[in-house]
Design a protein around this ligand. Sequence first.
Ligand SMILES: NC(=O)c1ccc[n+]([C@@H]2O[C@H](COP(=O)([O-])OP(=O)(O)OC[C@H]3O[C@@H](n4cnc5c(N)ncnc54)[C@H](OP(=O)(O)O)[C@@H]3O)[C@@H](O)[C@H]2O)c1
Length: 272
Amino acid sequence: MKLKHILSFLLHGKQRPVYAKITCIDSSNKLKGEKIVVTGGGRGLGASMAEKFVKEGAYVLIAGRNESVLKATADKIGCQYLTLDVSDVSAFDSFINKAEEMLGGITSLVNNAGISLHEKTFFDVTPDTFDAQVNTNMKGAFFLTQKVIKLWKEKNIKGEVLFISSETGDMMDFRPYGFTKVAVNSMVQGLAYLFAKDQIRINAVAPGVTISDMTGQRTDGNLYHKKNMLGRIYLPEEVAETACFLLSDAAGCISGQIITCNNAKSINARWK
Ligand SMILES: NC(=O)c1ccc[n+]([C@@H]2O[C@H](COP(=O)([O-])OP(=O)(O)OC[C@H]3O[C@@H](n4cnc5c(N)ncnc54)[C@H](OP(=O)(O)O)[C@@H]3O)[C@@H](O)[C@H]2O)c1
């Protein structure tokens, strides 16, 4: 038994290392020629999605606050990048103009940028933590989407918007992070209905607990995570597969849907 497994055993009792066998669908130009902006694409789920989209033939631009992180990821996966703070709505006009110029248009927007401040209790929530999460996860996504759809309507573009919600969007919470994801789910359905006749599709992926800086869990050979249904943490690549499908023409009849990637954990079951 390796040291990390012994440590894990000591921490989690009888728990044995948990591994995952996941399948990624072979690349087949499913997003050929698409011009996709991914906010928060420098790392985590956003970087994994951006990589998958590039492999599927899309032109991708990733955006975030940290230029060196963006550059490193863009160089690695072969895409473009631009700095953007999604909580600063005043920056959106110039961001969209520049992104359009760099990509030669925008056909899809992925609202992925998000923060979770993990306040320990209800009383640890402050006006500052509240505003930061609302402004990043909800207000930023709303107004960026508003700008992009306005552009599409002017140019008669039939685009797709994908929100990265969360399983918390379908559950109770006492922290603003959860509230923002409930709001995102409402937004997805409202906007999908509003723009269905313009053939603008709007969907969400709602991941369960997945490896990233946000959750602080890394792939170290043991994916044990007690609170997920399968007893393991999810991998960003699993989220990226679903995201790719939803952006592709194969999902052409799907809009207003929130695809929860947590193996039925948030089903309101009679027996638990
Ligand atoms: N990991 C999970 O278990 C999980 C589960 C459900 C939902 N999600 C959602 O998935 C999305 C991505 O999260 P993650 O897990 O990949 O977290 P992460 O590794 O912490 O990445 C967050 C990304 O968002 C960007 N970001 C944060 N604030 C920003 C701002 N104000 N402006 C622009 N970009 C900003 C970050 O880039 P910079 O710091 O460089 O700006 C980073 O690229 C979030 O919406 C999150 O709520 C994650």
